[in-house]
Design a protein around this ligand. Structure first.
Ligand code: HEC
Length: 188
């Protein structure tokens, strides 16, 4: 680690072996800094650029291929209602799948000190009514397992007890999802 920080500083505070990681919203939140710029152009175009910087993890974020995080932008009106069609999102993580061997679909993990960007622009329709951009970071710590259990459950000849265990495991992966942060940014 360039800054001389050891793994233990973050993962074993006070020498305890709690080893908190991606399942802990507070740990994840400490890893990122989100900054947003908005603009209103001629012809009613609204543009939003979000940068998610890895300021707090001593390695790629998220580091392993099992979780996925999503950064999303939704334009909302003054009542907070979403503007139809004015939504975009980007997956953050190492997206792998098993199809005749391991395939890497995409790797959008953020190296330490670097950032990932999501930039979108909309116009027409109710976009003129947009007052704020809702920027959310959502985390699915067990995203890979979720897809894996769903695939296994598609097999209709599974014994009932195995299917029940898989459904329980699937529920646990879904319960682990959380919204790490939501911000309403005024459009200027
Ligand atoms: C500056 C703080 C920091 C340092 C130093 C750091 N980490 Fe992390 N680590 C994080 C954060 C924040 C997360 C949660 C986000 C993620 O999964 O990347 C994390 C997650 C992880 C995970 C995933 C755990 C899980 O829940 O799936 C592993 C494995 C990991 N770190 C290993 C290491 C190792 C090994 C080192 C030392 C070489 C290290 N980390 C150093 C902050 C740090």
């Amino acid at each position: 680690m360039r800054r001389g920080v050891q793994c233990q500083h973050c993962h074993m505070p006070d020498r305890e072996h709690s080893w908190k990681g991606i399942h802990d919203p507070e740990t994840f939140r400490q890893g990122i800094t989100v900054s947003t710029i908005t603009g209103r152009g001629k012809g009613g175009t609204v543009s939003v650029r979000v940068r998610v910087k890895n300021t707090g993890a001593g390695h790629y974020l998220p580091t392993t291929p099992t979780p996925a995080a999503w950064v999303s932008i939704t334009l909302v009106d003054k009542r907070g209602a979403a503007i139809e069609g004015a939504h975009s999102e980007k997956r953050i993580g190492r997206h792998i799948a098993y199809k005749k061997g391991w395939q890497e679909i995409e790797d959008t993990r953020i190296p330490p000190g670097e950032h990932l960007e999501l930039a979108s622009a909309w116009k027409n329709g109710r976009v003129a009514k947009a007052t704020h951009a809702r920027v959310e970071i959502r985390v699915e710590p067990d995203e890979y397992y979720e897809r894996f259990y769903r695939r296994l459950l598609r097999n209709k000849s599974l014994p009932a007890n195995e299917a029940a265990m898989l459904r329980e495991a699937l529920k646990r992966t879904r319960d682990s999802q959380y919204s790490a942060q939501v911000e309403l940014i005024r459009i200027r």
